[in-house]
Design a protein around this ligand. Structure first.
Ligand SMILES: [Zn+2]
Length: 438
């Protein structure tokens, strides 16, 4: 047989594929050509392969990159600006005034910092909602990250586009500009049922249907939101979307903390996807989303960190640990949210939530080459009976040694190849200085 060749051959690690059979190979290897995984298997099957580049995992874990289903990336600029406050006080007196000072350049710089943090903690794809999203798309592209991005739409004027008609124009421009991009997917993103009138929601949904795009929305995040929507429309936020005819498989509902049984039934019936943001919900005291109940019904749930002002980091390893433990404490059942289920929510289920599971979320031939290597040669990861257990309960983002996205090595041995990290941090420190002085 003729030797096979690859651009990159990743070897010498325990391989977790996260495929349908959860294939785990003790001494595994992954072959990559251009942006695609061409072969996955046991290392001895690759002995006759030649590769332009061999990446040695050093006996660590080789796995799919993590996927963050809900971010406001540029909020890295506000990390630690205001903590431990009531939601409305936090929003009205701290976050909204700070956001009013943002512009395209600041959002670009804040997002680059977010990308640095995400790549360095093993996240290879994120789904973002914010202002000035063209800057977010450019930052993701420049950082070499995969991203789903959409401009936040709401009834009042935006610091970016002004009135809502312009918001739809801006969204259309994003769609046109990024249509052929290998890393960036555009979504339509109405903020929520409480900041968006029914007409806006319907128009946003129509746009997604005609162009087959994801629709991302905050939904049932807190009790006060549910009370407000009930008072306004006489139904829950989920029932409200059902009534407007905009529950569908391409809808990603972020948070879903306050749900009735009927709400859960509707999410299941319309195959709506859910982004679970446990740490943000805890920090803002919104409550605990009934995730085990959603999983029981077969609803697809991906993990998210939410923005940096309500978390205050973008580390999905820490998020997985929190999620696995939080639901055990809530249900008093230590068998709920087992480590593998949680790991899937940060990989293959997150990919499904974004409509990207045909491309990413597992390591399989034909999928895009988004993978990470975990350095397990650390005291807190010794010994290792189960890689899955370690990834959820013991590992941290800082254990990620190498990150490959779309076949490109964006970080190796802890250092970023796609940006000057010192400059990226200096730029955001400068933004923080300006924010403090005004
Ligand atoms: Zn959010």
């Amino acid at each position: 047989m003729k030797p096979k060749s690859a651009d990159i051959l990743v070897i010498n690690g325990t391989l977790l594929t996260l495929d349908a059979n959860h294939t785990e190979i003790v001494d595994g290897a992954v072959a990559i050509s251009q942006d695609t995984i061409t072969a996955v298997g046991s290392a001895n099957g690759f002995s006759d392969w030649s590769a332009a580049r061999v990446v040695d995992a050093g006996g660590g874990i080789i796995m799919p990159g993590l996927i963050n289903t809900h971010t406001h990336a540029a909020m890295t600029c506000f990390r630690g600006l205001a903590d431990d406050l009531q939601l409305m006080n936090w929003l009205n007196n701290h976050i909204f005034p700070a956001e009013a000072k943002l512009n395209d350049q600041k959002v670009y710089q804040g997002t680059l910092l977010a990308c640095a943090e995400m790549i360095m903690s093993g996240t290879t794809c994120f789904c973002d909602m914010y202002l000035f999203e063209d800057a977010v798309a450019r930052a993701a592209r420049d950082a070499g990250m995969r991203a789903v991005v959409g401009e936040v739409l709401y009834d009042f004027d935006s610091p970016n586009y002004g009135p809502i008609e312009k918001g739809f124009e801006y969204t259309q421009k994003l769609i046109d500009a990024w249509r052929a991009d290998p890393l960036v997917t555009i979504a339509v993103e109405p903020h929520s049922t409480y900041l968006c009138a029914p007409e806006l929601l319907k128009k946003a949904f129509q746009l997604t249907q005609s162009l087959r795009l994801p629709l991302v929305i905050h939904l049932a995040e807190s009790k006060s939101e549910v009370d407000q929507i009930k008072e306004r429309y006489g139904r829950t936020p989920v029932e409200h979307l059902a009534e407007l005819g905009i529950l569908a498989p391409n809808v990603l509902a972020c948070h879903c903390v306050e749900l009735t049984e009927n709400d859960i039934h509707l999410l299941q019936r319309f195959d709506v996807k859910v982004a679970h943001n446990a740490e943000s919900n805890m920090k803002l005291a919104s409550g605990v989303a009934p995730i085990p109940e959603l999983l029981d019904k077969g609803i697809c749930v991906g993990l998210g960190t939410d923005g940096c002002a309500s978390n205050n980091n973008l580390d999905l390893f820490l998020e997985m640990d929190t999620v696995a433990k939080l639901h055990k404490a809530r249900t008093l059942d230590p068998t709920t949210m087992d480590a593998l289920s949680v790991l899937k929510m940060a990989t293959i289920q997150a990919a499904r939530a974004l409509g990207l599971d045909h491309l990413i979320g597992s390591l399989e031939a034909g999928k895009k080459a988004d993978l990470i290597i975990i350095d397990t040669n650390k005291p807190h990861l010794t010994p290792m009976y189960s890689p899955v257990s370690h990834l959820v309960y013991a590992a941290m983002g800082s254990d990620v040694a190498t990150t490959i996205i779309n076949g490109r090595v964006v970080m190796e041995n802890g250092s970023l190849n796609t940006m000057d990290l010192r400059k990226v941090m200096d730029d955001v420190n400068q933004i923080a200085k300006e924010l403090k002085s005004t």
